[in-house]
Ligand binder design. Sequence first.
Ligand SMILES: C[S@@+](CC[C@H](N)C(=O)[O-])C[C@H]1O[C@@H](n2cnc3c(N)ncnc32)[C@H](O)[C@@H]1O
Length: 213
Amino acid sequence: MAGNGDSQSQAGGLRRLGDGAAAWLCAAAMLGGRGAAARAVVRIAGLTGSDRVVDVGCGPGTAVREATRHAAGATGVDPNAASLALARWISAGRRIRDVTWLQGSAEHLPLPDACATVVWSLSAVHHWADREAGFAEARRVLAEGGRLLIAERSIKPGSRGHAAHGLSAPQAGQIAAQLASAGFTGVRVQTSRAGRRLLTIIQASTGLSEADG
Ligand SMILES: C[S@@+](CC[C@H](N)C(=O)[O-])C[C@H]1O[C@@H](n2cnc3c(N)ncnc32)[C@H](O)[C@@H]1O
């Protein structure tokens, strides 16, 4: 029996080691080719030195590090501990300042009300478990006049498997409608080239709408 217990705990240990290695590999894979998308959102968001950015689903943090070059500060939030560890390690190595990494999800942002001027989510909204809750959280942490950007790879309607990781035009339209229902104003959808990728970008703000004067 003792032998059984030993081999079970050994198998459990190996599985945990395997899961840990897989999580690190997945996180590292998210570093490839993300710079162009990060630069595109920085440009489209029109970041200035007074902006405070929150990146929801930051992965290993490429866009957060890009934000720190233009904004007053940036926070990366992700549920995945391995991605955050990689983000911290890279940022420490590059001596990046004014950056914070927090474990959390779009649906439960570990941040106070009105702490950000820009919230964005790159290639992550298609992973969120509950978009309505995520948009309510984005609205809560944005200050008045804050900007929200959702950026995803543009995909064809009806795409399957890995090709479905992104947003089709109808899906972008659905998100735009959800944002308007969540109280965002100035909602608009555009496409923008980022390196070899075509991105669909949905922008919205927490400011007054034109109709409100
Ligand atoms: C494809 S990666 C994109 C990472 C990064 N934004 C980038 O562009 O390199 C998707 C990320 O979404 C995160 N994610 C999954 N579910 C999430 C949720 N409910 N809220 C926030 N992020 C989530 C994953 O952990 C992962 O880091």
